[in-house]
Write a new protein. Structure first.
Length: 359
């Protein structure tokens, strides 16, 4: 089994070599220049092999893409500061938001904090469903008001009385005069801010593109505002929708390019997130290296369905081939090469575009 430190070293070397190939392009320069470095894809700070040392305050950390709690695995490195502030602080909101949706839909393997009430006496606990969808009520008297908890348990299991066997066939039943009035009130999970959940999705999409296409993908002025939004989740830097609310097929998972209409040309990152109860697919738009750039979000806000109802729009996409973009220098700018190819005015695919979609 490969250890964490070894995985970080492998990823560092992979992206460091890829960065050297990027720097060979005569139109790209770094000042001051450096060799054998690693650029954190979020803050753009430069790190070196020595920064893999976990005793350093801001060392390079493994980045699970998507988050490990939602089915991801290590694919890149980010500095500790970015991993904590724009990673964990966003991921927890997304995870809890999805878990809250699972529990409110009563899906198998879901659970939520709840308050149970009998005859006015309250007990805190957990309301969950097992893998077969069977409901389980867990009471937590240690996390409840002691007096309420005692009265709650007393009324939950009141004394039994024997009724006339002529009517009840010798069965013991609870005294109807003490039958409890039972109520369950699910609680909203902590740390489930809707906006932070959305920006967590933006972060995942951005890192998927980076971890697939490498440093060449970052040479894109349209991504500046995307990174700024990720690093400042409490600011409205991208106030407009940056997602497309459509049930894209599984074969579109990965990186796509929306080719038409021109106003919607962009990278479309499709990915799945998995809780213990359900797998959900999301589609996030990232600006391309040429027009419309960041203006694509204006078009999405005006025309694309975001879950609140909108006009119908047709658009076509091309799926990027699954090449080893990181390991071969000829693919260093693969994302740009396919962008230029698929968005050229005279581009005519041999076959129909991968997808023609109406939403």
């Amino acid at each position: 089994m490969i250890k964490t430190n070894e995985i970080r070293k492998i990823i560092f070397n992979l992206f460091s070599q890829n960065l050297e190939w990027v720097k060979e392009n005569p139109s790209i320069s770094f000042r001051p220049d450096f060799m054998n470095g690693y650029i954190c894809p979020l803050c753009f700070e430069v790190f070196f092999e020595k920064d893999l040392d976990i005793t350093l305050e801001n060392h390079l950390t493994l980045e699970d893409i998507p988050p490990k709690t939602l089915g991801g695995h290590p694919q890149a490195l980010t500095c500790k500061k970015c991993n904590n502030e724009s990673g964990k602080e966003l991921d927890i909101h997304l995870l809890n938001r999805l878990l809250d949706i699972d529990s409110k839909a009563f899906l198998p393997n879901s659970k939520t904090a709840a308050t149970y009430e009998i005859n006015g006496f309250k007990m805190n606990g957990v309301f969950e469903f097992d893998k077969n969808g069977k409901a389980i009520l867990n009471f937590q008297p240690k996390h409840s008001n002691p007096k309420d908890a005692d009265s709650f348990m007393a009324d939950l299991f009141p004394p039994k009385t024997i009724y006339n066997p002529l009517f009840l066939l010798n069965r013991e039943l609870v005294d109807e005069s003490r039958s409890p009035s039972f109520n369950i009130q699910p609680k909203q999970r902590l740390k489930a801010d809707e906006r932070r959940s959305e920006i967590a999705l933006l972060r995942i999409a951005y890192l998927i593109a980076f971890s697939t296409l490498g440093n060449g993908f970052l040479i894109n002025a349209g991504l500046y505002k995307v990174r700024e939004q990720i690093l400042n989740p409490d600011k409205s830097i991208l106030p407009k929708p940056f997602w497309i609310n459509y049930d894209f097929p599984k074969e579109m998972e990965g990186i796509n390019i929306i080719t038409l209409p021109k106003e919607l040309r962009s990278f479309l990152i499709v990915f799945s997130l998995k809780t213990n109860s359900k797998s959900r697919r999301f589609a996030i738009v990232l600006p391309g290296p040429s027009d419309p750039g960041i203006k694509v979000y204006d078009y999405i806000e005006k025309y694309i369905c975001t879950g609140h109802g909108s006009e119908s729009v047709n658009f076509t996409t091309e799926h990027l081939p699954k090449f080893d973009y990181l390991n071969k220098d000829e693919y260093t700018f693969g994302g740009h090469q396919f962008w230029d190819k698929y968005t050229a005015d005279d581009y005519k695919p041999n076959l129909k575009p991968d997808k023609e979609i109406k939403i």
